[in-house]
Design a protein around this ligand. Structure first.
Ligand code: NAG
Ligand code: NAG
Ligand code: NAG
Ligand code: NAG
Ligand code: NAG
Ligand code: NAG
Ligand code: NAG
Ligand code: NAG
Length: 786
């Protein structure tokens, strides 16, 4: 969601309603069923709904903002603003602003108290903020970006993170977060790759599911976004149209959302900004009603993204935009299954009572949407505990605790991916004299988007982390920036080269950068993030030349990509001594990186997204449809040494990824043996257990991510050539072996046939086990009969 200025929020200028009767003239609520925690939820919803005026119902469907009563500059309280906001935009309100924690908690408490004491029905508000990699509040714990988290292949750590985020959020009374994403990053030019859990629907589904379980088990409701098939916009341009058909939607895009929403039991969903096959997701009756409600039986509510409702007129040209055709907007969204309108636009939903009078929408449609919101609130327990926040002087016991910061570091460590390690140059000696070079190595933290204003000034940089380790180990570290990230100037190279020449080893940190939640919208330079899209994945400015200059010294050079998406500089893979990928880090990022570089942590991260050799070969995801890429294409190349070698796929390139999905090295090696299945012949109802023994044949303790892929050998439509269907991360001491068992339900191996029916077809399925989507160590075929 876009950060909004206060001016925008108050621009709507809706006059106060006079139709709501005063509380004293309304029936007593003493024995109201909805107030009885022991009554069944649906009875409570029905009872409450029966007591609500049209205005009260409508208010549940419009998002408010804490800035309507909290002045961001001086914390003054505007009671009129609170009363007005509660009456018109009272169902939920946004609090993701950069003010002291206590201001937020006080403003939230005032609002919930006001609702309890001054409104007749006392329906607690959903209190909302962002939290894809940490609670978006000043001084809350910052975790690494989702694209990084997914490289851990450790859903239980993501679940722990979400539990921690819930504890921090609840401390200030926040009970709903706009997370997780279940979108796939299948278009790497798109700026929001860093916010996703990667390219694969199974891995993304497992991570998003873990997030939902974690956050909701601690009493904060998740809002899964961006429903659905967001993330592959035309030309990689933010909010652009996504092209695909029903089969692709169901085969590739929907499974991750379903896993998070239905299996996770998410209390809410945010609809997306784009159109899919010509229908805006914000008002897609097929998606929001046929599939979500009728097929999946989803009981809770959907909410538009910020300003997304206006896009029906302003962007999609499906109605008049000047003045905004609010009637058309409501008529498109509400009957389609869009329940709540987020702020950031024209607040068309505020007009619902008038539109009911005109017959544009019905009371039944309004009631359906309101009931979904009330059900979520009741199930969440808000009526029993509207304000769960801590006293102002106690928030430190919940927010940014040592345990949460340690968890952020652990997740970060497990997310770092070792891409190259020529001649075992890593791990480095702690006695080494290390020259730390590069614009992303120090100065500002290189967080992705969706962190609170000024966050980049707080955290452990790569240089900080390295210095601390060698400081204890008897070595030395120096830092030279070398160049600005946004400049082509090589004026700083000389100092950088001198520092490297005086050192034993160089660590060069280069990559992409994003901006915090305020800066992102200030027109500042960045190379990734929401609405920051690229037409090249190469390093920007002088960064690539800086790496070249450092390598040219002849000193061992470890290159670290600190980025929100894959970087393309294939020559670095060959010419650097080692290459490490750290997707946007946590606040402990430098400490995590140093622990990997010096061997206190044996890297175990595996890529959540494939790395192309150049932007021209996109898309390069591993699960292309049969007939996509040849296994052995006739590749060409324009090489660093000037040689042109002509091929045909491509003439001067290679369509295969440089690093494939699931790839990652460590300081140990793992051998696979004894692959077996518990049944060679199965029915649709069976679960097959695939077992394999993994042995650590290296000298260090380490973890291996055992990946299980499935090939449908003969199918009635064109299906993905390979699909991840299970994985397990297993820790092994040096020399240790473990048997790993992964279960797969045969019913998960179906396809959407030519008549768009989900069927698990008779035939053979090959189960392949390995260390990446390309490094497959064994396979076994299972026959399926009905
Ligand atoms: C908030 O307070 C500042 C400083 O007291 C004042 O200048 C500003 O107008 C106030 N903002 C609003 C929206 O009332
Ligand atoms: C308080 O809120 C009311 C209603 O939104 C608004 O009209 C008024 O300008 C606000 N006052 C201040 C001082 O911000
Ligand atoms: C954030 O934490 C720092 C360091 O503990 C402190 O100096 C600062 O006042 C805090 N900021 C806010 C807005 O609470
Ligand atoms: C952000 O950081 C800048 C530079 O340190 C500082 O001047 C400014 O006051 C900070 N703003 C907030 C809201 O923390
Ligand atoms: C990039 O943004 C920074 C501020 O973050 C600014 O100092 C710098 O001049 C900008 N550079 C360019 C080339 O826009
Ligand atoms: C140039 O580099 C390519 C790719 O590494 C290699 O195949 C080729 O032999 C090299 N040519 C010369 C003349 O060194
Ligand atoms: C399956 O295993 C066989 C024998 O181990 C091997 O020859 C074949 O290449 C494997 N198939 C795939 C698709 O990996
Ligand atoms: C069992 O599965 C194997 C392997 O796919 C297949 O060759 C065989 O025909 C199946 N047997 C029966 C009875 O279905």
């Amino acid at each position: 969601m876009r950060f909004l200025s206060t001016a925008l929020l108050l621009a709507a200028g809706v006059s106060a309603s006079t139709t709501t009767p005063s509380p004293s003239s309304r029936p007593s609520l003493k024995n109201a069923i909805y107030k009885n925690p022991k009554a069944p939820i649906d009875a409570r919803v029905a009872d409450l709904l029966s007591r609500m005026t049209l205005e009260e119902k409508t208010s549940q469907l419009v998002q408010g903002d804490v800035r309507n009563w909290l002045n961001e500059t001086d914390n003054s309280f505007n009671e009129t603003g609170l009363a007005w906001s509660t009456a018109h935009r009272g169902g939920s309100f946004y609090v993701g602003i950069a003010v002291p924690q206590q201001w937020i908690s006080q403003a939230v408490k005032k609002a919930q108290d006001y609702i309890q004491t001054r409104t007749y029905l006392g329906i607690p508000a959903l209190v909302q903020t962002e939290a894809i990699h940490g609670f978006l509040a000043v001084n809350a714990t910052i975790f690494n970006s989702p694209i990084a988290q997914a490289c851990s292949w450790n859903p239980s750590l993501v679940e722990d993170m979400a539990k921690a985020i819930a504890v921090e959020s609840l401390a200030l009374g926040v009970n709903q977060v706009f997370a997780p994403l279940a979108d796939l990053s299948r278009e790497l030019r798109f700026g929001r790759v860093e916010e996703t859990y990667g390219e694969d629907s199974f891995l993304v589904g497992e991570m998003a599911h873990a997030y939902v379980k974690g956050i909701q088990s601690n009493g904060v409701s998740a809002m899964v976004k961006h429903f659905a098939a967001f993330g592959s916009p035309e030309q990689g341009l933010n909010v652009g149209p996504v092209h695909g058909g029903e089969r692709e939607l169901r085969t590739t895009f929907l499974p991750s959302y379903k896993r998070a929403i239905i299996d996770g039991g998410a209390f809410s969903i945010m609809t997306a900004y784009h159109s899919y096959d010509g229908v805006p997701a914000v008002a897609d009756p097929h998606l929001l009603t046929d599939i979500l409600r009728n097929e999946w039986d989803y009981k809770y509510f959907t909410m538009t993204d910020a300003g997304a409702s206006d896009r029906l007129c302003a962007a999609f040209k499906m109605c008049r935009a000047d003045p905004m055709d609010k009637e058309a907007i409501v008529k498109f969204i509400l009957p389609a299954g869009g329940d709540v309108e987020m702020g950031g636009g024209s607040y068309s939903f505020e007009q619902i009572p008038a539109f009911i009078e005109k017959g544009i929408v019905s009371v039944a449609q309004l009631d359906t949407a309101v009931a979904r919101v009330l059900k979520a609130k009741l199930e969440l327990g808000l009526f029993e505990n509207p304000y769960p926040g801590l006293a102002a002087d106690k928030t430190g016991t919940a927010i940014h605790t040592a345990a949460h910061v340690a968890l952020a570091q652990k997740l970060d460590e497990e997310s770092i991916v070792l891409l190259e390690n020529h001649n075992g140059v890593l791990p480095l000696s702690k006695k080494a004299n290390v020259a730390v070079i590069g614009p992303l190595a120090h100065g500002l933290m290189n967080y992705g988007d969706y962190v609170v204003y000024n966050s980049s000034r707080r955290g452990v940089t790569p240089y900080d982390g390295i210095k601390a380790v060698v400081g204890k180990g008897g070595g030395k570290a120096s830092y030279v920036q070398g160049c600005e990230r946004w400049s082509t100037s090589q004026a700083g190279f000389e100092d950088a080269v001198a520092a490297v020449e005086a050192a034993d080893v160089a660590v060069v940190v280069v990559g992409t950068w994003s901006r915090d939640q305020n800066e992102l919208w200030m027109g500042l330079n960045a190379t990734t993030g929401e609405h920051v899209d690229v037409d090249s994945l190469d390093l920007v400015g002088a960064q690539e030349e800086l790496v070249r200059a450092v390598i040219a010294t002849g000193k061992p050079t470890v290159v670290v990509f600190s980025s929100g998406k894959p970087v393309t500089a294939p020559w670095i893979s060959e010419e650097a001594s080692a290459l490490v990928q750290q997707f946007y880090p946590s606040e402990q990022g430098g400490a995590a990186l140093a622990n990997v570089l010096f061997g206190d942590v044996n890297p175990s991260g595996k890529l959540s997204v494939s790395f192309p050799r150049s932007v021209g070969s996109l898309p390069v995801y591993y699960d292309f449809l049969n007939s996509g890429r040849d296994e052995l294409p006739d590749v060409g190349g324009a090489y660093e040494n000037g040689t042109l070698q002509f091929g045909h796929q491509y003439v001067l390139g290679d369509p295969r990824p440089l690093y494939e999905f699931g790839y990652g090295l460590g300081y140990s090696k793992f051998e696979y043996s004894g692959l077996s299945v518990d049944k060679r012949n199965a029915t649709e109802k069976d679960t097959v257990t695939v077992s394999v023994t993994v042995k650590n044949v290296g000298k260090r303790e380490g973890s291996e991510v055992v990946q299980l892929y499935v090939k449908d050998l003969v199918a009635s439509v064109v299906v993905p050539n390979l699909r991840l269907k299970g994985f397990a991360k297993v820790g092994l001491k040096a020399g240790e072996s473990k048997k790993v068992a992964i279960k797969v339900g045969m019913k998960e191996l179906g396809l959407w046939n030519a008549r768009m029916k989900y069927v698990v077809e008779e035939g053979e399925f090959m189960f392949l086990v390995g260390a990446s989507s390309r490094d497959l160590r064994g396979n076994v075929t299972v026959g399926l009969k009905w």
